[in-house]
Write a protein that binds this ligand. Structure first.
Ligand SMILES: Nc1ncnc2c1ncn2[C@@H]1O[C@H](COP(=O)(O)OP(=O)(O)O)[C@@H](O)[C@H]1O
Ligand SMILES: [Mg+2]
Length: 241
């Protein structure tokens, strides 16, 4: 059985129950005038995103700058002096849909472009969670989302992390364990979940942050991985669900 949970909020609530996972979740709220203001003033930069969205669609970056504010959507940047004006504009853009506001993570960069990582973890034929693949995604120039279906470029995690990380294998091992831990936790709240794709941001201290957990992750991005055995294994596990 393949089960999909679309609400990012529902998944966040479920994952918060496990302290081993909760500490990797950036502060997140449903967006209201108050929650946006609170997170913006606490963190200086936040991401606003549809509760049920994909491909980076509708994702915006909002910042407090000096005495004012600005938001970025695609490559468009708009500035405001007053919070009320900013929020009014965001209200119009997000009308009729539930949006989340999340602490923004300053992503590491590769050749000037922001990147994050996709960690694929699956419930294996031997009935254990296992991380079957990790791949990196760099945003297109000047963009705030890394999604492959939003102009992002795929690289191996090694290529993207090597300039930043001294002990690469230890870091990748920790990410693999985080995927396993997250899979176990999520399956407790949503029985039937058999695979997850974690979007992991890494900040400059190299702490990983779980930006979202996809329950129907695209396996085909791993076809681009030079290690052919990764995609093969992902498909083999998928055919066993
Ligand atoms: N809190 C955040 N901090 C930094 N970047 C983020 C944050 N949330 C999202 N992003 C960027 O936007 C992309 C899309 O957001 P995500 O939450 O994964 O939604 P989607 O379902 O559209 O993929 C992420 O892969 C990441 O590049
Ligand atoms: Mg995503």
């Amino acid at each position: 059985m393949v089960r999909r949970i679309t609400s990012k909020w529902a998944k966040t609530i479920a994952l918060r129950r496990n302290p081993k996972v909760a500490r990797f979740l950036p502060a997140t709220s449903k967006m209201t005038a108050e929650s946006l203001k609170r997170l913006l003033h606490r963190y200086g930069m936040v991401y606003v995103k549809p509760d049920r969205g994909s491909f980076g669609k509708g994702v915006m970056r909002v910042e407090k700058i000096g005495e004012g504010y600005r938001y970025q959507s695609g490559r468009k940047i708009v500035r405001y002096r007053r919070y009320e004006a900013l929020y009014g504009a965001l209200r119009r853009l997000t009308r009729g849909k539930t949006y989340l506001v999340q602490r923004g993570i300053h992503l590491l960069r590769y050749r000037g472009n922001r990147f994050d990582l996709r960690v694929m973890s699956q419930y294996s034929p031997s009935k254990r969670w296992e991380t079957t693949g990790i791949i990196g995604r760099a945003a297109a120039k000047g963009k705030i989302v890394t999604n492959y279906h939003n102009g992002g470029t795929l690289y191996t995690a090694e290529t993207l992390l090597r300039p930043h990380v001294a002990n690469l294998n230890a870091k990748l091992g920790a990410l693999a364990r985080l995927g396993v831990q997250t899979g176990r936790s999520l399956r407790k709240s949503f029985p039937g979940i058999s695979e997850i794709g974690l979007d992991i941001a890494m900040d400059k201290t190299l702490k990983p942050w779980i930006l979202e957990v996809n329950t129907k992750p695209d396996p085909y991005i791993f076809r681009k991985h030079p290690d052919r055995s990764i995609f093969k294994k992902i498909r083999r596990y998928q055919s066993a669900y």
